[in-house]
Design a protein around this ligand. Structure first.
Ligand code: G3H
Ligand code: 13P
Ligand code: ZN
Length: 313
């Protein structure tokens, strides 16, 4: 096992120098893993597959490891397996001990000093085991693991803290808040989302060559919100992060872009449409097949048109 799981170190170095970013896609089951990895194989892109604590509870560590092992055998791609939003040392340790090659310790909800202490502790353990660590400074709005951070409680990353944080914790990459937001309901319809590229530039100047991570980077592709709503769904309208802004971020210091909601929308829209068009079908393979294909097409689109990591495997 782990024969070809890699850390993100080389991926980020090349991505930084090449002005592109690596997609970090959330995985929960076999069809999602297959859709993502088949897309990456077709366009020869390196890949980060990330698992939230909710996903790990849902599918179990062992199933996810074995499914990802199968994906490596099938694709022969450089794949990094990452814990998304680890919230405790114990969870990070369990993933490190269980074969993950990268963990995020998200101490962004803690005061600065506690964030440093917790992150430092995870880094010490991870580095001893050859695993890399993503930390976070600043607070995104939106929903993650049932925690809802309101727009008022969100706060941009302070550029004057980043060098101190990275030096004192030893993290390998840093997630920052510059206006992205978790979930499918990022901004009200009619809003024009703005990313604070001035903050990103300042962070980049203070940490030259250091890989930056963007969470909450789904674009909430309207085609799939419409597909859900025209097939029995009732989602309120919402606006995501425009893809041209993500492309710009990828050309700067941003080396990892996290995408989950766009995959959920593609999968759910496709399944809803299938049920409406085939009300008599009940074989799960019949509706999971197009759902897997929708994930594949979405990931290919992201890799080629947004991230720019095609051909870099
Ligand atoms: O940022 C959170 C990711 O979209 C994972 O979501 O915690 O519901 O698995 P989850
Ligand atoms: P989205 O909800 O915008 O897809 O963000 C996913 C994410 O940040 C996972 O950590
Ligand atoms: Zn996130």
């Amino acid at each position: 096992m782990n024969m070809a799981l890699v850390t993100s170190t080389e991926m980020f170095k090349k991505a930084y120098e090449g002005g592109y970013a690596i997609g970090a896609f959330n995985v929960n089951n076999m069809e999602i893993i297959q859709g993502i990895t088949e897309a990456a194989k077709e366009v020869q892109s390196p890949l980060i597959l990330q698992v939230s604590s909710g996903a790990r509870k849902y599918a179990s560590h062992t199933y996810l490891m074995k499914l990802i092992e199968a994906a490596i055998i099938e694709t022969d791609l450089p794949i990094c397996l990452h814990l998304d939003h680890g919230d405790t040392f114990e969870l990070c340790k369990s993933c490190i001990d269980g074969g993950f090659t990268s963990v995020m310790i998200d101490g962004s909800h803690h005061p600065y000093k506690e964030n440093i202490e917790l992150t430092r502790k995870v880094v010490e353990y991870a580095h001893k085991h050859g695993v890399v660590v993503e930390g976070e400074l600043g607070r995104l709005a939106g929903i993650e693991d049932a925690v809802n951070v309101s727009a008022e409680d969100a706060s941009y990353t302070r550029p004057d803290e980043v060098l101190d944080f990275v030096t004192r914790t030893g993290v390998d990459s840093l997630a920052i808040a510059i206006g992205t937001s978790h979930g499918a309901y990022k901004f009200k319809p009619g809003t024009k989302p703005q990313l604070r590229f001035d903050i990103l530039e300042e962070i980049q100047a203070r940490l030259p060559g250091f890989p930056i991570v963007l969470h909450g980077a789904s674009s909430v592709i309207q085609e799939f919100v419409t597909m859900i709503n025209t097939h029995g769904g009732n989602m309120p309208g919402a606006v995501g992060i425009p893809e041209d802004m993500l492309r710009k971020a990828a050309s700067m210091a941003v080396c990892k872009i996290n995408i989950d909601s766009d995959l959920r929308l593609a999968m759910t829209g496709t399944i809803r449409k299938y049920f409406v068009e085939h009300p008599d079908h009940f074989d799960p393979r019949q509706y999971l097949k197009p759902a897997r294909e929708a994930i594949k097409q979405m990931v290919k689109h992201k890799i080629v048109n947004v991230l720019g990591s095609d051909g870099k495997a």
